[in-house]
Design a protein around this ligand. Sequence first.
Ligand code: UD1
Length: 370
Amino acid sequence: MKVILICGARPNFVKVSPVLRAIRRFNQEQSNLFQPVLVHTGQHYDYEMSQLFFNDLELPQPDIYLGIGSGSHAEQTGKIMIAVEKVLLEQKPDLVTVVGDVNSTLAAALAAVKLHIPLAHIEAGLRSYRLAMAEEVNRRLTDHISHYLFTTSRYDDENLRREGIAKSRIFRVGNIMVDSLLFYKPRAEESSILSRLKLKEKCYALVTLHRPENVDNRQRLSQIGRALRRIASEVPLVFPVHPRTRNSIISLGLADLFEHDAIKRTAPLGYLDLLNLEMNSRFVITDSGGIQVETTVLGIPCLTVLDSPVWTITHRQGTNILVGSDGVRLVQLAFRILDGRSRKGKCPELWDGRTAERILGALSKKPASD
Ligand code: UD1
């Protein structure tokens, strides 16, 4: 079975790595069933956003690199569709696998399904019910054209069933990001990032922000920035800055707001360094989906600066609190954690490091149906 695995943006690399590792193991231990072809669209291209992740996650260099780069949504999605279609016509795969919810995910999914190639979506069924988020559009459309929908929890299954998706297409396999997290945790523990940033365990909080709704809006970004300054007066913050956020802080004229002795800004960090910072932090403030998942598994308190939940289970069972963009509430919740009143959570079912194995089990058994 020739399987094209599509990746393009930073969070995708964390999700394809365990699948490739499981394929290698399956082929060695069971039968030589899967022939993987790794395609990188080039949606992310900076060293820190791409190659550093390939290094940390021990990903082989992509078999095919499309070099698409940045652009408007239509431009980026359209260019990826055109380039992926060419690859699919040449490679003639038996299956295309896409992960997550970025523009590369939807573009490759559309190219595949229009060529009648069976499509698998890993991390299907997540919903924010806000079409203003590009990821929500990408998720919904990809789910509705996929033959195999691999979900992370019963909430995802329920979302899909409500939208009329047949039960026979839904496979609850757990969370692929947790496969990477558990596999690389021992190596992340060895990272020297704390000493490089002159930080001590549990004496700082970690901040990451990159969602357009937070960082492209001056009023919202200033509100968050003011709250961070207030929190930084009690606990030092480490803030690895995403390129979108770096550009926005400058273009919106907010550089002074983020200039603070106790707000340590860094370039985007690699997977192992960031995991280490998460594990050793007092708490995390974020709008990243992956970090909401990782903090729940690690048991680290997480404050999510978004208006609607995507990772519902991390709020219901995990350590994650949805804050919205209200700066006062963000400060109150951060201080509550500093007072020792943080939310205790538990790790969701099937978030156990064996999701890739279950995906291959399903693919090796059941032929795709419409
Ligand atoms: C994308 C995903 C988002 C994901 C995020 C993780 C979409 C719609 N969004 O958002 O779901 O959470 O990746 O990081 O697919 N840039 C660089 N260097 C790079 C990549 C981007 O400088 O290597 C800058 C460019 O100015 C670019 C901007 O960041 O225009 C945004 O990049 P883009 O890929 O469009 O979206 P992200 O905000 O990274």
